[in-house]
Design a protein around this ligand. Structure first.
Ligand code: SF4
Length: 380
């Protein structure tokens, strides 16, 4: 979950973030605009669990630097699950509140400006519920009770998603599930990537027997077990499909993640655009994080190569927060599995793509489609 703090520059966002975190996450000063880039802090909060607090640079500052601060602040909206808005009476407050509402993000509004007294104490100010003016509470005796109430209101505002399994209805207790996990140069050194760890843990929780292999050890694994389901890294979809018995259900980590974080039917619909790509069309590969690509990179190398085999298309890469505002040049967007991003981010980008009339799909679905086996894979 990502909880982001919005407000005009010097409205007290950093003071509130530091108080909630119980430590100095952001530098606090009386000088406006002390926070220039969004500052992130991972934390475990009571009633909320593990989450990331994001202290944004704010808005309402003049000049080129102010405009850049606002651009960086806007980019944070996309991945936000709950927004805390510090209303300090700045004329831009209602504009930003309406931006957050338009993005369907629950807003916990904090009214007033936290003031640090000469004794170094932060003086109290009222907290307003996410429902707006109706529940103004003006009786917090001190700043710490305001902080407690803010945390409580954030917990109440969090989207209550039905707890879902990544593997959905694909497994039952006692099933043997074979996981094909290439440990190539793209795999991080000395560890297993997050989606694979999550699936292994979930299969154990669900009473299944997960068995791991690499593409090279897949034939040997099949001599020893008869899997009820095979989950593969989508990069080796074709090879795995050709190796396992034809009736064995097959899916990929990326497809499980796409279903958990985004709208799988939109992604499957979007993949149909691969058939209509023409020379000169542009495709946007959108990555949710920033990483150093290598020669086997799935988004930078493998998917573009497969797309160009279909048609001589141009490919642009948008990494991290650099998702373009203008999507009109694109005939298709292929989004990564967003393993380290929030589902709010994937949903927000999907909404933007659909609003712009651009089909959107994800790595796993695109790879299954490009390798001609989309009809063969099972969905959670
Ligand atoms: S967030 Fe996206 S680009 Fe980054 S590692 Fe996960 S799937 Fe790959």
């Amino acid at each position: 979950m990502q909880i982001s703090f919005f407000g005009a520059t010097n409205s007290g966002k950093s003071t509130l973030v530091n108080a909630i975190a119980g430590q100095q996450v952001s530098l606090v000063s009386e000088l406006p605009g002390t926070t220039t880039d969004p500052v992130r802090k991972r934390i475990e909060l009571p009633g909320i669990g593990p989450c990331t607090l994001v202290d944004t640079a704010g808005y309402g500052d003049e000049g080129a630097l102010g405009a850049e601060r606002e651009r960086l602040t806007r980019a944070v909206i996309d991945s936000t699950d709950v927004a805390v808005l510090l209303r300090s009476g700045h004329p831009s407050d209602p504009i930003w509140e309406s931006l957050l509402h338009k993005a369907a993000i629950p807003v916990v509004a904090v009214e007033g400006h936290p003031v640090i007294s000469s004794e170094g104490e932060v003086e109290g100010h009222p907290v307003i519920s996410s429902e707006g003016e109706a529940e103004v509470e003006r009786s917090q005796p001190d700043f710490s009770s305001t902080v407690e109430m803010t945390i409580r209101r954030i917990a109440e505002a969090l989207p209550r998603e039905e707890e879902r399994f990544l593997t959905g209805s694909l497994v039952k207790p006692g099933d043997t599930v074979l996981l094909v996990m290439p440990q190539d140069s793209e795999a991080p050194k000395g560890r297993i990537i997050l989606p694979q760890v999550q699936v292994i843990r979930e299969l154990l929780d669900r009473g299944c027997v997960p068995v791991c292999c690499t593409p090279a050890s897949l034939p040997g694994a099949l001599q020893n077990i008869t899997p009820n389901l095979v989950i593969t890294d989508s990069q080796v979809f074709k090879l795995v499909n050709e190796t396992i018995p034809s009736g064995t259900p097959l899916t990929s980590f990326s497809i499980l993640l796409a279903a958990a974080k985004g709208d799988i039917s939109t992604f499957i619909e979007g993949a149909k655009a691969i058939d209509t790509l023409r020379p000169g069309n542009r495709v946007l590969i959108a990555e949710a994080c920033t990483h150093v690509p290598d020669t086997e990179d799935i988004g930078r190398v493998k998917i573009p190569a497969l797309l160009r085999r279909r048609a001589d298309v141009g490919v642009d890469i948008a990494a991290g927060n650099d998702f373009p505002e203008d999507l009109s040049p694109y005939s298709l967007i292929v989004h990564c599995g967003a393993c380290v991003a929030t589902s709010a981010l994937v949903r927000s980008r999907t909404r933007k793509a659909l609003l712009a009339g651009v089909p959107i799909t994800n790595y796993g679905i695109a790879l299954a489609k490009l390798q001609g086996i989309l009809d063969r894979v099972v969905l959670p």
